[in-house]
Design a protein around this ligand. Structure first.
Ligand code: SAM
Length: 340
């Protein structure tokens, strides 16, 4: 039990928290512009990062607990089995950085492993969704008194651009949850090159990458029986209604998830169930849909082990460790930056 003096000296959760934010205007402008561009394009699309507002982040958390969504469960098991080995790759001084941290629930395994042999830890979560970033940060600060958090709300590249100003020691960068799969294959290389630029030889990048597999496992993971993923996808239209005074009738659209075997990716769409015109007042835009016309909302690329090796090499990394689950559904990869 701590005596009163020691308690007074102990920094509170608030003392251990900094939030680094972009201006709100910059965010909303991008959303408005990107919605206009996507819904006036042919074929129509919406960028998948906009799936994650406060409501979308909550729905994604629900998805992570679904029986069909093997990704979270499998990645968690792999991390649980290897967290200590990962922590041992670093000396006393290390900072943990997470791109697209979300609820950071699997991150706890690494925080605990790192704290087993260290007295304090700086955690830098980066996420576009302010609500989940703040919620998860508060929960971590309350649970781990040795943790200090510098949270960055913004896009991955905003986080990367600020990183070396706030972290001076060796770092473990996390990119979990198959988030890399949302990039086109060439974009994934360019993204990893950006990550490489902010790394030193002592840093490591841990990436969770979903593996190619049969559509009978993939498709239900993106179209579950309880309809949570459908609500997650439809929330994009609800978000346009909320933030841009759109007039989407959600009952007029249906969620669809399909595996494109040639491209090796899951694709998510919202299909219009009838001919309809949807006004979006803040954009002074009327969007016309024919029956069956789709809005493409997400790609999730799957990789073979050979493709992971080629991706890492193309971006200047060597794979130092790689773990798979017994069913070879998911991979966790520790990447070491090769000299530039
Ligand atoms: C697939 S979820 C993964 C969440 C968590 N890392 C996990 O493994 O469960 C993607 C996360 O990245 C965030 N995100 C998506 N696109 C982003 C972007 N362009 N920049 C920053 N964060 C982004 C989302 O808000 C969400 O929390």
């Amino acid at each position: 039990m701590l005596d009163r003096e020691a308690q007074k000296a102990m920094p509170t959760a608030r003392d251990r928290y900094t939030l680094l934010a972009q201006s709100h205007e910059a965010f909303s402008d991008n959303f408005a512009n990107d919605v206009r561009t996507g819904l006036t394009a042919s074929p129509k699309y919406l960028l998948c990062r906009y799936l994650y507002d406060a409501q979308g982040s909550k729905l994604f958390e629900e998805i992570c607990h679904l029986p069909e969504y093997y990704l979270t469960r499998t990645e968690r098991h792999i991390l649980a089995d290897h967290a200590d080995e990962i922590a041992q790759l670093f000396g006393e001084e290390v900072a943990l950085v997470e791109l697209g941290s979300g609820s950071a629930s699997k991150t706890r395994l690494l925080i605990e492993a790192l704290l087993r042999h260290r007295s304090k830890l700086r955690f830098v979560p980066v996420d576009i969704s302010l609500s989940i970033l703040e919620e998860s940060s508060q929960a971590l600060l309350e649970q781990y008194r040795e943790v200090e958090i510098a949270a960055i709300v913004g896009q991955f590249h905003d986080g990367l651009a600020r990183l070396n100003k706030i972290v001076a020691c060796p770092k473990l960068l996390l990119f979990l949850g198959s988030s890399l799969g949302n990039f086109e294959r060439q974009e994934a290389i360019r993204f990893l090159e950006l990550v490489h630029e902010v790394m030193t030889e002592k840093d490591r990048l841990l990436i969770g990458i979903d593996l190619r597999k049969h559509p009978s496992i993939l498709e239900p993971a993106y179209d579950d029986a309880q309809g949570v993923t459908a609500r997650f996808n439809l929330n994009l239209l609800a978000r346009i209604n909320r933030e841009l005074e759109g007039n989407f009738n959600l009952a007029g659209f249906r969620h669809r998830a399909v595996y494109n075997a040639e491209a090796g990716r899951m694709e998510m769409y919202l299909d219009s169930l009838c001919d309809q015109t949807v006004p979006i007042h803040r954009l002074a835009l009327d969007v016309h849909f024919t029956e069956g016309e789709a809005i493409h909302t997400e790609n999730s690329y799957k990789y073979s082990l050979a493709e992971i090796g080629a991706l890492a090499e193309a971006a200047g990394f060597g794979i130092e460790r790689q773990w798979l689950d017994a069913e070879k559904r998911f991979s966790v990869n520790i990447c070491r930056p090769l000299p530039k």
